[in-house]
Design a protein. Structure first.
Length: 258
């Protein structure tokens, strides 16, 4: 029997086939999970073409800045899956391009709150709506973070504090939801070439550095995230919550990655 056989999991945040969430989705599918997807309306057409590769036909548009969209998302899942849900992969992050340039100190108030709302508060809002469904079986929530939450990555700017807010939210959610048998954990991914990372000026230099200096002798790929995600979704990690798995090829132990 595969590790995730019979488990129903929502993957939120796939944008295209380069997305880290897509690498995770492929891993979950290979382990036997039944998958549903949510993304912003503008990505639905693109993602809809991908998901048959992982045996899914269920994609639900959701703007995580709208509570009614989040509520509708989990109502649809409850109806489709008879009230059952085993896990959520939260891979949602956003900041305006102009807020990823220049000095962080110049970040406007609305840009700061936009990045934090979409990238961090969305996890809180989704966990709250999903709680009754996850509670039935004892579920698992995974989100994606990055080392720039506590170390400066030039031009990552407002996304650094947004990821820090996400990480703090994870441990408080883990505390609240633990009594319901729901686990909340993080994967801290290394730098991967994606459409999102391409928007961060100069990040290619970190990628080139890590390709030469990572302890494992290479940089990571999106597919490297699949196995750790399967582990965190499976019963093998049933006593783990509020933790961070570093899936970065050892980049987090290096003094410098620039």
């Amino acid at each position: 029997m595969k590790l995730l056989e019979g488990k129903k999991i929502l993957v939120a945040g796939v944008a295209n086939e380069q997305s880290l969430a897509w690498g995770i989705a492929k891993g979950l599918h290979a382990a036997g999970a039944e998958l549903a997807f949510s993304c912003v309306e503008g990505n639905v057409r693109r993602v809809k073409k991908l998901i048959p590769q992982v045996g899914s036909d269920l994609i639900i548009p959701c703007n995580v800045q709208k509570d009614e969209d989040i509520s509708s998302l989990f109502k649809t899942l409850s109806d489709r899956w008879d009230g059952g849900l085993d896990g959520i992969v939260h891979a949602i992050a956003y900041a305006r391009y102009e807020d990823l340039e220049g000095e962080f100190i110049q970040t406007p108030r609305d840009g700061f709150w936009l990045a934090t709302d979409v990238s961090a508060y969305s996890l809180v809002a989704m966990a709250r709506e999903a709680r009754p469904l996850l509670k039935k079986k004892g579920g698992s929530i995974i989100t994606l973070t990055f080392g720039a939450s506590h170390q400066v990555v030039p031009n990552y700017n407002v996304m650094g504090p947004a990821k820090a807010a996400l990480e703090s939210s994870v441990i408080y959610l883990a505390y609240d939801l633990g009594k319901d048998g729901i686990r909340v954990n993080m994967i801290s991914a290394g730098v991967v070439r994606t459409a999102s990372s391409a928007a961060i000026s100069g990040l290619h230099r970190a990628i080139e550095y890590l390709e030469k200096n990572n302890p494992i002798g290479r940089n990571i790929t999106q597919d490297d995230l699949g196995g750790p995600a399967v582990f965190l979704m499976s019963d093998m990690s049933k006593a783990m919550t509020g933790i961070t798995l570093h899936v970065d090829g050892g980049a987090s132990i290096l003094v410098s990655a620039s």
